[in-house]
Design a protein around this ligand. Sequence first.
Ligand code: DGY
Length: 478
Amino acid sequence: MDARAGAAPGGAIAPPATEIPLSADIAAVRETAVAVLRANDLGDITRPSPTLYPHQWLWDSCFIAIGLRHLDPARAAAELLSLLRGQWPGGMIPHVIFAETTDYYHAGPQRWRCDRVCTTAGGVQSTGVTQPPMIAEAAVRVGQAMSREDRADFYRRLAPGLVRFHEWLYRERDPDDTGLVTLVHSWESGMDNTPTWMEMTKPVAPRAVRALRRINGDDALDALRRDSKEVPPDERLTSADLFTLYRIVRELRRSRYDFRTIRSTFVPLVQDVAFNAILARANEHLETIAAEAGVRIPRWLSRSMRRTRAALNELCSDGVYYSRNFRTGELLRHHTIAGFLPLYAGVVPESQVDDMVDTLMSPRYWAQYGIASVPTDDPAFLPRCYWQGPVWVNMNWLIADGLDRYGRTEAAAAIRRNTLDVIVSSGSMYEYYSPLDGSGAGSNRFSWTAALLVDMLDNGARPTSRAQAAIPTTRTPA
Ligand code: DGY
């Protein structure tokens, strides 16, 4: 069931924006968002931000396409089709596809050396890991904004590669047929320094990092890193964690990115709850896309896809969903935003939904601006530090979407209103926002914030008048 107004599956949506006019102030914020998307447009890919992320990221491109469909559906479709250029022969779609740019990026092709392992479909350079499989969701949204013929053409071009991607996820990353896909790096989860992943990552810190930590040499590490030029280091993951993530990349490279080899190394392996929840929803969309494109989904894949829905509920304990350590089978008992994504997947039993919504709306997660990525009373909580507390626009979008399908439309509307409040009162498209005071943090001119703002506004969501009153008169330049 798709509860969005006017969104008949497979049918075109009439954008409600034309029905509910935007006030001049809100229209100006939307223009700022559109300007950010235009400035980050590199042809048929959109970089997440002009400085920190100069290439193409998998799930960023998906959220970006969801917004772009309101501006130019064909361009939105191109954003998704361009991801197939990075597809590996085995089916993986990588987390970063490197653009033709000389702009500095701290984890560029030299760190991965994937060209030694394989050639991608489009001959482009990429990383050797994947990211949350949002493509099918984005494709269905883009398809809704197209004519029937254009959509059929778009789906025919996308479907074969997309089916191969889902096949790879199960064949390579669920070899034991558990129904849950296993991740080999926190960058695959998209939530680089969430406490769950940091618990798994810290014990494998390189020896030099451990030694420097013992003598309190964090400053020495900070001096070595180069990803924090635009963003203050305390809004990113710690240097020690970053160098540990580089060590894991090194080990993956030595394992030629092959899960059978990786399994016998020290690399932490996690059945990530958010990733698998996104996969569960993507599987449903994949069926729609494949049917419309006339592409067959192999029977074994359909069986695995069905298993994911049931397996997600094995990750639930006392009403809370957690990720699981693949090696030990233990749940990683950290309360984080990832635990709410089963609402987006639609796998939470009806009897549990209201309790989860109450938790979400409680001051633990919703101090002033919701939803905090780590509860505000958690020892790991840092309001402006990456995935350790800030509000993320994409998470709010996903959870609100799930709540709509559960018929919790008021909660969904409150989340969207609050999301718009926080963006609108900052006047800028930040990567993330403090749940305590709404201040923007991380990279500015961030594409998915801009794209999802456009999507929410054009689907009729509005900020409160309180936020509109707070719109800065001198706006930060886009
Ligand atoms: C980065 O470069 O910090 C990214 O989060 C990796 O995906």
